[in-house]
Design a protein around this ligand. Structure first.
Ligand SMILES: O=P(O)(O)OC[C@H]1O[C@H](OP(=O)(O)OP(=O)(O)O)[C@H](O)[C@@H]1O
Ligand SMILES: Nc1ncnc2[nH]cnc12
Length: 181
C-alpha cells in the first residue's frame, strides 16, 4: 500500500493513501483513537490560537481534537455541530455541507443551547483537517447565524490548496494525490 509519512511536532504517523474518486486519493488522517497525536496537536494549536471565548467543531473527527484543545485552554465547554437532527434538539439551527471525503450533502446542526452559548462571543472554528474548506465555511455560517464572531479558524492539517490559505492556523500541509489511470 502507498503511504505518506506525516510529522506533527515530535510524532510521526504513516498514513495510508486511499482513493476517494476516480481522479483523487487522500492520505487518510483519522485521529479517532490516537490519544498521543491528539494531545500533541492540541497543545501546538492552543499555543497559536488568539484569545477566544468558545470553540466550535463538526462531528465526528473534530470531537477528540476540540475536547483536548478545550482542556489545554482551560475552557469548561465546547460546541459540536452534529451531522443529523436529533429528536432531543430544541429549535435546531441547520446548514448544509459537502466535504471532500463524504461527497454527498450532509447537514450540520446546532442545538438551541449551543446557539445561545455562542451568541455575542469570540469563536474559534476548529477541525482535524481543512481540505476544500466547505465544512469550515458552513461551520462559520452557522456560528454567524447564531450571533457569534468568528475570530480564528484552525486545524491540525491543511490539505491540498488549503495549505495556501493565510486565513487559517494549521500545523502541517497534507498533499492530495492525483490518480494515474
Ligand atoms: O474541507 P472539507 O473538504 O470540508 O473536508 C474537511 C472535513 O472532512 C472531514 O470530515 P468528514 O466529512 O470525513 O466526516 P467525519 O469527521 O464525520 O468522518 C474532516 O474531519 C473535516 O471536517
Ligand atoms: N486526508 C483526510 N483524511 C481523513 N479525512 C479527511 N477529510 C479531509 N481530508 C481528509
Amino acid at each position: 500500500m502507498n503511504t505518506y509519512t506525516l510529522q506533527i511536532g515530535e510524532l510521526t504517523r504513516v498514513l495510508p493513501i486511499v482513493p476517494i474518486s476516480d481522479e483523487l486519493s487522500i492520505a487518510s488522517f483519522v485521529i479517532l483513537g490516537d490519544t498521543e497525536l491528539v494531545d500533541a496537536a492540541a497543545q501546538l494549536v492552543a499555543d497559536r490560537l488568539p484569545p477566544v471565548d468558545v470553540l466550535v467543531t463538526a462531528e465526528a473527527k473534530g470531537i477528540p481534537f476540540i475536547y483536548e484543545l478545550s482542556k489545554k485552554l482551560g475552557m469548561a465547554r465546547y460546541v459540536v455541530a452534529r451531522k443529523s437532527i436529533k429528536p432531543y434538539m430544541e429549535e435546531p439551527l441547520i446548514n448544509k455541507v459537502v466535504s471532500i471525503t463524504t461527497q454527498k450533502e450532509q447537514v450540520l446542526v446546532l442545538d438551541k443551547s449551543d446557539t445561545e452559548f455562542i451568541k455575542g462571543k469570540r469563536v474559534a472554528v476548529v477541525d482535524d483537517v481543512i481540505s476544500t474548506g466547505e465544512s469550515l465555511r458552513v461551520l462559520e455560517e452557522l456560528v454567524e447565524l447564531a450571533g457569534g464572531i468568528v475570530t480564528a479558524k484552525a486545524a491540525i492539517l491543511a490539505e491540498g490548496d488549503a495549505a495556501k490559505r493565510d486565513d487559517i492556523i494549521f500545523l502541517e500541509a497534507l498533499p492530495l494525490f492525483r490518480r494515474n489511470r
